[in-house]
Design a protein around this ligand. Structure first.
Ligand code: ADP
Ligand code: ASP
Ligand code: MG
Length: 440
């Protein structure tokens, strides 16, 4: 069995949904099809929730009605049968009535999660009916019955596997299952989600749960590119990546993959194939356990980074200092990305600053603390084996024009991270394209 995930652009219109259908039925391999919301919907629904939260009901409803009309137009372009078309229109009216009701009730923080979940609930229902209209059997699996996160917001793998197996047992003969990406329930049974871009994560978690033979992530580009195509113009798709390389790129800003989605596939040793819905014949990228090739493979960049430097004479020749520092980050549940140390100081980076003031207060007990904001981590991935020479020279040449705040080399075999002010990100990525990938 395979898992095929299609992102927002891939299901972004009636025409696109029909193309997804062609891809899904192009071979007789049993599959679970994971769909995102129609492109733009998640943003619109989040905006609706925000407006309600701000007490701006009138504007919220006006914009929501525009979205509702877009769905009616999509249905008109999607179905030919009058009966299915009527069900589609009625279904959209029900969903939007449910959404409008939030404007009447008292707005709670949890409302946002229920509101935004409608995006995936709508796209999957419309697509499943389209499969039926085309004479293909397809079973709609309700993700809210089997996708669950625990109290630490981590996927509850045991629950997912056992509940999904039960669902599949009930409808053993089906070739195609359709389910919602992104949405789940939390440990308290409330509707929740796997954070932005979370449909990729749904796909790999399901792939791991059913031990899929392959996970395909279909999007609007022909695979993982060597550099960020939103920032640098001349980039190319990388044919092969190891799980470790792909995980680093996803975590450090390559938007094509959700930051956490590689691990479930890696644990199950399931290949991930990145494919382009707009160009299905393109080879795309294969992510597997293969050994990386000994060169620099790709680069990604992550913004919104804050660096913290703790300088203390007490660190000199002392042991236990780093432990005390890191305990503070653990206490405030704040992940640390990069770390560098000198004999009297340690610098580290975080991207979640929600607890920063408390963290700084505790750190100041250990010494002088400096904070730098608006930084970006440039993450180069490849296979940086220690017996090969010249990487450092190549990398430093690429950063000739860019002031470097921190550098982390040797932490892992697959990654060299360089911290720069965000205003230099574009210059750095362009220079890397020229000097490390020989592209103009
Ligand atoms: P989907 O809606 O299908 O999940 P996303 O927008 O989340 O699609 O991801 C695809 C986008 O990721 C591409 O359109 C591209 O702009 C962006 N992207 C950023 N970095 C990379 C990269 N290194 N390779 C390919 N795409 C990238
Ligand atoms: N629809 C969600 C989002 O836009 C999840 C996804 O597309 O992966 O973030
Ligand atoms: Mg995405």
């Amino acid at each position: 069995m395979q898992v095929l995930k299609f992102g927002g652009t891939s299901v972004g219109s009636a025409h696109r949904m029909k193309e997804v259908f062609q891809i899904v039925v192009s071979d007789p391999i049993p599959k679970i099809v994971v769909l995102s919301a129609v492109s733009g919907t998640t943003n619109q629904l989040l905006l609706y929730a925000q407006r309600l939260g701000a007490g701006n009901q009138i504007e919220a409803i006006k914009e929501l009605k525009n979205l509702q009309s877009e769905y009616h137009a999509l249905i008109t372009g999607l179905y030919t049968s009058e009966e299915i078309s009527a069900s589609g229109h009625a279904f959209i009216d029900d969903c939007f009535k449910y959404l409008m009701d939030f404007a009447e009730a008292e707005y709670k923080l949890s409302s946002e999660k229920s509101i935004v979940a409608q995006g995936e609930l709508i796209s999957t229902q419309l697509f499943t009916w389209f499969m039926h209209e085309q004479g293909h059997e397809a079973v709609l699996l309700p993700a809210l019955d089997f996708m669950r996160i625990d109290k630490s917001s981590e996927p509850d793998e045991y629950f997912i596997k056992s509940m999904l197996e039960k669902e599949l047992q009930l409808t053993k003969s089906s070739l195609t299952y359709v389910t919602q990406g992104y949405i789940c329930r939390n440990a308290y049974g409330e509707i929740d989600n796997l954070k932005r871009g979370g449909s990729d994560y749904t796909a790999t978690l399901l792939g791991q749960a059913i031990q899929a033979s392959e996970i395909q992530i279909w999007t609007d580009i022909d695979g993982m590119h060597n550099n960020d195509p939103r920032i640098v113009s001349n980039t190319y798709p990388v044919k092969h990546l190891s799980y470790d390389e792909a995980a680093e790129l996803a975590y450090f800003g390559a938007k094509i993959l959700h930051p956490s989605c590689v691990l479930p596939a890696q644990k199950g040793n399931i290949p991930i194939r990145l494919k382009n819905t707009l160009l299905p014949a393109a080879e795309g990228t294969l992510i597997s356990a293969r050994k990386a090739s000994g060169e620099i493979t790709a680069v990604a960049a992550k913004d919104g980074i804050t660096a913290i430097k703790i300088k203390s004479g007490r660190m000199l020749m002392a042991y236990g200092f780093l432990k005390k520092i890191f305990e503070i980050f653990e206490r405030y549940q704040t992940p640390v990305d990069m770390v560098t140390t000198s004999e009297v100081a340690v610098s580290l980076t975080i991207d979640n600053t929600s607890q920063l003031s408390k963290i700084l207060l505790d750190l100041r007990e250990f010494g002088q603390v400096e904070v730098d904001e608006n930084l970006s981590i440039i993450c180069l991935v490849g296979n940086f084996t220690s017996d090969q020479r010249g990487y450092a020279k190549k990398i430093f040449t690429a950063f000739e024009e860019v002031p470097i705040r921190m550098i982390s080399y040797g932490g892992s075999k697959y990654n060299v991270s360089v911290l720069v002010q965000s205003e230099f990100k574009k210059t750095a990525l362009q220079a890397i394209n020229r000097t490390l990938f020989n592209l103009t």
